[in-house]
Design a protein around this ligand. Structure first.
Ligand SMILES: NC(=O)C1=CN([C@@H]2O[C@H](COP(=O)(O)OP(=O)(O)OC[C@H]3O[C@@H](n4cnc5c(N)ncnc54)[C@H](OP(=O)(O)O)[C@@H]3O)[C@@H](O)[C@H]2O)[C@@H](O)CC1
Ligand SMILES: Nc1ncnc2c1ncn2[C@@H]1O[C@H](COP(=O)(O)OP(=O)(O)O)[C@@H](O)[C@H]1O
Ligand SMILES: [K+]
Length: 527
């Protein structure tokens, strides 16, 4: 699991060490990690170190200090380093170390700007060390002009952000442009929220966390990301004597005359995500299509209370005037069973929900939800601050909210938040969200009661609903990527995501089988 923190949390964790006079040590560890990451990246690209050109954009605070110390390390490896000081001052010890190591120092001014931006554009490596966790707002003055010129210039070099891309808010992921997009962000002590939430994540590139010795002082993470090993531990596995009902039944209330395909795709997503059975409830013409497309699905009639299931999926492809389906959706939400509420169900929600109800809006649907709740955020505002928006939505509705996008965020009403970015932009295709709803529904039906499996990895009680939704997003994203890779990186259609799910699941489970085998290989052999 990747843990991320706010800037304030990280700075608080640094406090005891700073009080003990360890500030210098922390900074040298950070700078050493940054320089090491630059060297590794250049080597992995087959570039030589000796003689290559490095430009460090150094602000006046400690972030600039990290950059200057890292520049000194790199100069020591034979690289030609220039520091561009963007402020009216520079970290004194960092600057002294940089100059001792033979680095060249330039001060940024309006007159020097064209020459320096040209030099940075031609460099093999640019290190962005202007602003870190202490920044207020974005870049200003000549520093902003330099980054703007550089972001628009034709460059072939590597851009490495020190701690975070300057202009990205460490706590929220909001970005005040111009921001220099990095290929690599080397972040210290723990990942920052802003690197794992859009739009900040757009600028971060690959994120590498460098331990600096503050880790034991860090609190509960503010944001988490599930990785391979977490998926392997959290995905349900059928017991030896499982039968279809014990494995979980998902009731699906989806599709309409206008969008019958959504019901089919939701069912296909659910079937491919390990559920024991899918029961479909909906208009006869849609049920007909579902039967023909997925003969495994049992089409039922009647009300929600007449159909026994372990979880409900409601809303995908549902219209605003289909009163019978909307009644079913409302009944499902009132049933106390776990529910994933998608698309057409979102406008029909009661004012207050519970965390076992998982809402799955995209940014536009979340803006409409806010509008109905009497708050004015539009789609642009949601997209400019996804983390704040998803958390606010969870607080205001009382539900678990999953905000879809390149980075998918899931928040519980008390703030527990997950961030998954497992997919590919090819997932932005019609019907993709219906498959995701099916996957989450299937996981709710199977894993909902399994509190123990989640608490083993530190996810307590009702926070598991957010973890289950994050698990669904991770599987869906990976399946989309696998489907595209099978097409040599080409496009995918939504049905292809469902088709790739079982193998994606199998590959992740192999990891957990291997871990179980490793544990059991020390036990007594059978006699
Ligand atoms: N603590 C430690 O020991 C360790 C810290 N570490 C590192 O320190 C970083 C945090 O350092 P920090 O607190 O010095 O803040 P930082 O991000 O460099 O920026 C603040 C400076 O910039 C200025 N400034 C602010 N906003 C501005 C703007 N919009 N545009 C222009 N200028 C602006 C502001 O000046 P002011 O405007 O207040 O006069 C202030 O001088 C952290 O990200 C990590 O890299 C690691 O080495 C580990 C050990
Ligand atoms: N640029 C992107 N990169 C990765 N995943 C994306 C991107 N855009 C959308 N997605 C994912 O694709 C799915 C799209 O869902 P949705 O917007 O509901 O589509 P639809 O309504 O057409 O089914 C979501 O899972 C979302 O996270
Ligand atoms: K930075």
């Amino acid at each position: 699991m990747i843990s991320a923190y706010t800037g304030t949390q990280v700075r608080a964790a640094e406090e005891p060490l700073l009080a003990a006079g360890q500030g210098d040590v922390l900074m040298r560890r950070a700078a050493h990690g940054l320089a090491g990451a630059v060297v590794n990246e250049l080597k992995s690209r087959g570039s030589r170190l000796n003689g290559s050109r490095v430009v460090v954009l150094a602000g006046k605070g400690n972030n600039g200090g990290d950059g200057l110390f890292a520049g000194a390390f790199l100069a020591g490896r034979g690289m030609r380093t220039t520091a561009v000081l963007t402020g009216d001052a520079a970290h004194p010890a960092g600057l002294a170390a940089f100059e001792r190591a033979g680095g060249r120092v330039q001060r940024l001014s309006e007159e020097a700007l064209p020459g320096l931006s040209d030099e940075a554009a031609r460099a093999d490596v640019v290190i962005d060390a202007v602003l870190g966790t202490g920044a207020k707002g974005g870049l200003r003055g000549s520093a902003a002009d330099l980054v703007e010129a550089l972001a628009g210039a034709h460059r072939r070099g590597l851009v490495v952000a020190c701690d975070l891309p300057s202009g990205v808010d460490a706590d929220t992921g909001e970005a005040t442009e111009p921001v220099l997009p990095a290929d690599l962000t080397v972040t210290f002590g723990g990942a920052k929220n802003g690197l794992l939430a859009d739009p900040g994540a757009d600028f971060a590139g690959r994120v590498v966390v460098v331990p600096i010795g503050i880790e034991e002082h860090l609190p509960e993470p503010s944001l988490r990301r599930l990785e391979d090993a977490d998926l392997a531990r959290l995905l349900p596995h059928p017991a030896r004597r499982a039968q279809k009902y014990s494995r979980g039944v998902l009731g699906v209330v989806a599709g309409s005359e206008d969008y019958p395909g959504a019901a089919v795709l939701a069912c296909r997503g659910a079937l491919a995500a390990g559920v024991g059975m899918v029961r479909y409830l909906g208009p006869p013409s849609v049920a007909d299509l579902v039967r023909r497309s997925c003969p495994e699905v049992v089409c039922s009639t009647g009300t929600v209370s007449e159909n026994r299931v372990q979880a409900w999926l409601v809303g995908s492809g549902m219209g605003p005037h289909d009163h019978e389906q909307l009644t079913r959706a409302r009944d499902a939400i009132a049933s106390d069973l776990p529910v994933v509420a998608d698309a057409g169900a979102l406008p029909a929600l009661p004012a207050m929900l519970a965390p076992h109800v998982v809402l799955t809006p995209h940014a536009g649907e979340l803006a409409s939800l806010f509008h109905r709740l009497g708050h004015g955020e539009d789609r642009e505002a949601v997209e400019a601050g996804t983390l704040a928006a998803v958390r606010q939505a969870a607080v205001r509705t009382g539900a678990t909210v999953l905000l879809k996008g390149a980075t998918t965020l899931v928040a519980a009403p008390w703030g527990t938040t997950f961030s998954q970015a497992d997919g590919t932009p090819w997932l932005a295709t019609a019907g993709s969200g219906d498959v995701l709803a099916g996957v989450i529904g299937a996981l709710l039906a199977q894993a909902g009661p399994d509190v123990g499996r989640f608490s083993e990895v530190g996810i307590k009680g009702d926070s598991r609903w957010a973890a289950i939704a994050a698990l669904g997003a991770a599987l869906h994203g990976r399946a989309g990527r696998a489907a595209s890779e099978a097409a040599s990186g080409g496009p995918i259609a939504a049905g292809g995501i469902a088709d790739a799910l079982p193998e994606t699941w199998g590959k992740v489970s192999m990891l957990s089988n291997y871990e179980a085998w490793k544990r059991n290989s020390h036990s007594q052999p059978l006699r």
